[in-house]
Each structure stands twice: as structure tokens, then as C-alpha cells.
Design a protein around this ligand. Sequence first.
Ligand SMILES: *Cc1c(COP(=O)(O)O)cnc(C)c1O
Length: 440
Amino acid sequence: MVMISKHVVNEKGHLLLGGIDSIELAKIYGTPLFVYDLSLIRERARAFINTFKQENVQAQVAYASKAFSSVAMYQVMKQENLSLDVVSAGELYTAIKAGFPVDRIHFHGNNKSKEELLLAIEHKIGCIVVDNFYEIELLKKLAKEHDQKVNILLRVTPGVEAHTHDYITTGQQDSKFGFDLLNGQADRAFHEVFRDEHIQLLGLHCHIGSQIFETIGFKVAAEKLIKKMIEWYNEEGFQCTVLNLGGGFGIKYTEEDSPLEPSVYVKEMVVVVKDLVSKTNFAMPEIWIEPGRSLVGDAGTSLYTVGSEKEIPDIRTYLAVDGGMSDNIRPALYGALYDAVIANKIGEKNTENYTIAGKCCESGDKLIEQISLPKADAGDILAMFCTGAYGYAMASNYNRLSRPAVVFVENGNHQLAVRRETLEDIVHLDLPLTLEKEGQ
Ligand SMILES: *Cc1c(COP(=O)(O)O)cnc(C)c1O
């Protein structure tokens, strides 16, 4: 085993993932294949949790599972004592199937259905993050009918929007999510719930963006939410016990990205909250965060088999792989950038410039617009890094492609976590035509 640039490589010049030859993984499980190195996920989870412990702050670190949801992944998160964010009946059902502790499940969404809320109430999940007035009414009614006291957070839009490298404060934030903090909606929501017999208001939630590399947005948001909670405490004597600052911690997709350590985000949030609280009688709330991408994003690598090549002289050379926008729509959807290597040619000189194309019938189905690689041949394995978040989770059967398999690796061991779809799976929802052709 040696390191070549930042990659761990064996004596054959093959990329290792979790201590295993990636070419062997491709042979055993086929391609396209998602490979998650669990050790990286555990390392991140522990970094978040341990920083809160060091700071002596009660906390929950909830995996925002829309980034990648499967039974086995939820079981990893359970092993690491994380909490879990779900956003649909489907994700909640997956969590229940995984045996995830229900008291640590939080339910998000801007348009939860009655059926979804009922499923949450029935399973007595830890918390429902209430998004709007419609949901307040619905939830009050359902909780009453089921004679239950339901824990909630109110999701607010604090008028802070964080982008990769900066943040903006807007007066009226244009967002479909949550109660506006500045125009009085949040106050109105508070008054509708804080005395309700069947609702236990825990506190406030916000989520200010994603792929964020700075702490300032989180600090400003923390300050706004804490100030609101202190205001309610002073006016009504109501003590909120939870401050949830959401997720959005950035990861390194390419050399352009410079993420912060998990501990940095946590420490800086904690300072702001402790400082504001210390000046009042308001008790220090628990701090909850919701990392998604930063837990699973760079733990995931996609393996593809190289197929056809098309050279257009003086323009570009397309190198096509056996997946594409059907297993990773992020490049097509919002121009996301990725880095890749030819996993069986690590250490060879990058002599070629390629555009990595998918196999879907869309011109826009490109995985990487421009990348330097060694000369590629059909049958080579392309490893695309950092595909663990919003890759498989957004996969589709476009063109009736089978969704890939997902494999977990760790310290030289591997297991299938999601099996590849078969051709039978592809037609399993289809029913034959039964309506008669007219005139027969
Ligand atoms: C998507 C989302 C997250 C996670 O965002 P990441 O960028 O993946 O960390 C957290 N909280 C909420 C409410 C979200 O919608």
C-alpha cells in the first residue's frame, strides 16, 4: 500500500477504498457502484458529537438522511448515537425498519400529509419540526384525537441565507420553508402552540443553506433565534429548551473547496449561544445540528466502467461510462463539480482531457465537464469521488436504467447495503393493458 497524491493504492496501482481494491469491488458487485467507507462517516459523526461534549453542551447531532437513506445506513447512524432527520413517510418507514430509536427521529417538511403526521404520532417519534400554520392546525387536531402530547420545533426563516463562501441577510426571506422571524409569523406561531395541551414546544429550528464554508451565517442565525427565545421567555415565561441550527456544513468536492473541521462550526456556534444566554436568566438550551452531506458525502465513491469514446477534433473527447444522470443528477441539475481518477491507472500520467458523459439520452448528461486523466481504455474503472450525498438519493430509473448497488467498506471488509435493481425490478410496478381496443 502506498499513497499516490491523496489516494491509497496497492501494488497493482489500483485505488483502495476502505482497504479494499476498488477493481475487485467492481468485479464482485458490478458497476455503476456506490462505495461508502464507513470509517469516514464514523469519524465525522464522532467529531461533531465529541466537540459538543468537550464544550459541555447538551446536544443532538441528527443525520439529515435525505442525503442518503437506507436501512443499513440508518443502522450505522444508530451505532454512532446520532439522531435522524426524515422528510417523508418513506424515510420514516425506512428508519422504523432499521430499528432506529424513535425518540431520536425528527420529522421535517413543508407539506407533510395527514398520513405522514399520523405515522409520526403513531410511532411517537422524538420531534416534529412544524413548518406552517396549516400544519399547526392539522397537528393539534391529530394529537388531540390520539390523546398524545407531541414534541415540536417551529421552523423559522431567520433572514440569513448562507452560500458557499458568504452569507446575506435579507429582510423578507423568499423561502418556501418555515415561519418568517422578522414579520411576526414566528410570534403568531408561538402563540398558537405554546399553551396547547397536546403540543410540547421544544424550541426553534432553522437551516440556512448548504455546502457552507464559513461560520458567520450560523452565528448570525444562532443569535437571531436565541434572541427570539429570550424575548418569549421574558414576555410569557416560556422556556424553549432546544435550539436547532440545521446542517449545510461544506465538503471538499474538488481542490477549489476548503471546508472547515466539524469542530470549528460547533465551537463557534456554542460561543455565540453561551455568550447571549449568560447575560440572562434563560437556561442554556440543547443545541441540535443536522449534518447530511458532511457525514456521508466524501465517504462515498462512484465506480463506473468506461465504454465508448468519441473524439471531436479541436473541441473535446467524450468518454462515456455505464451510469450518468440516472445515478448522479447533480452535475446536470446544478452544475456540481467532481473529481475522478481511473482506478486501475493511479500514478499514470494525465495525458488526456476528457468530458465524462453518462449513457442517458440527454445531451446534458455529463458527469464531469472537463478532467485530465491518463489515456483511458474501454473496461477501465472510473472512480468519481465525493458522491455519497444526494447521489443515490436522487437516482432515478430514467431510460429504465437499473439503480446501482450500494456497498459499505470498512477496514478491509465489505458488504452489500442496497442491491442493484434487476430487470424484473424495473417492471415490477407495471400492469398489463386490460382496456379493450375500441371497436373490437
Ligand atoms: C437538507 C437539510 C439538511 C442537511 O443539509 P446538508 O447540506 O446535507 O448538510 C439539514 N436540515 C434540513 C432542514 C435540511 O433540509
